[in-house]
Design a protein around this ligand. Structure first.
Ligand code: PGA
Length: 254
């Protein structure tokens, strides 16, 4: 059985004080649910240590939004996997579309970051998804397949415990255009089938696949109702703690 996985990606939002306030409320309201679902927040680097202290022992997960592919070195402005692990993270996001499209991260770089994350003992939320142009040309499956094959070169069957995949169609991120539950399910099935073909049915059945792109409290339950949608990676709607809590408790309406 795959547990629901609800993740908030704060991007470049929240001061340390705001992050602390959010985390205190989250712990108070959501700790009781950590047994039957995974809850994760990904604050900016500056707030990681402070948030880690608050959530310690609650079962809530902490992710960094990025890491450098090297363990250390002369890379001004960069942060390594060991550094974010030391700050208290157990996960890191890799391959987010904003990293791919704004900062030019290629599949090759993404694959080196996945490897670096695993070498630092971190679990990975590996993000993939097509642009609007690619979807309109009917290339969605091709794009997702290439991103998986090239980005997960370091994957071995035993790594399944350390991998979560987030399908995030680029045209749905921050645009208010959510994929329909059917569109999300269609691609999630493809991802699981591909995982099966590449690594076998044990790795495919256990794989947690999140949907991301304009997920909100109002559409969370219908997305989660799909068999292959195991959770959500939420940007904008995760910034407000009440809104995030509603999505954490998607199956427990007041
Ligand atoms: P959004 O972002 O929920 O604001 O569309 C999702 C993401 O980028 O992970």
């Amino acid at each position: 059985m795959r547990k629901p996985f609800i993740a908030g990606n704060w991007k470049m939002h929240k001061t340390i004080a705001e992050a602390v306030h959010f985390s205190q409320t989250l712990c108070k309201e959501a700790q009781q649910f950590t047994r039957d679902r995974d809850i994760l927040i990904a604050p900016p680097f500056t707030a990681l240590s402070s948030v880690a202290k608050i959530i310690a022992g609650t079962g809530i997960h902490l992710a960094a939004q990025n890491l450098h592919e090297s363990p250390q070195g002369a890379f001004t402005g960069e942060v390594s996997g060991a550094m974010v692990a030391e700050a208290g993270c157990d996960y890191v996001l890799v391959g987010h579309s904003e990293r791919r499209h704004i900062y030019g991260e290629t599949d090759d770089l993404v694959s080196r970051k996945v490897k670096a994350a695993w070498e630092s003992g971190l679990k990975v939320i590996f993000c993939i998804g097509e642009t609007l142009e690619e979807r309109e040309k009917g290339k969605t499956f091709q794009v997702v397949e290439k991103q998986m094959k090239e980005g997960l070169k370091a994957f071995k069957e035993d790594d399944i415990e350390r991998l979560v995949i987030a399908y995030e169609p680029v045209w749905a991120i921050g645009t208010g255009k959510t994929a329909t539950p059917e569109q999300a399910e269609e691609v999630h099935v493809l991802i699981r089938d591909l995982q099966k073909k590449l690594y076998g049915s044990v790795a495919a059945d256990a794989l947690i696949i999140l949907y991301g792109g304009s997920v909100k409290p109002d559409n969370m339950a219908e997305l989660m109702a799909k068999e292959n949608v195991d959770g959500a990676l939420i940007g904008g709607a995760s910034l407000d703690v009440e809104s995030f809590l509603r999505m954490v408790m998607f199956d427990k309406p007041e």
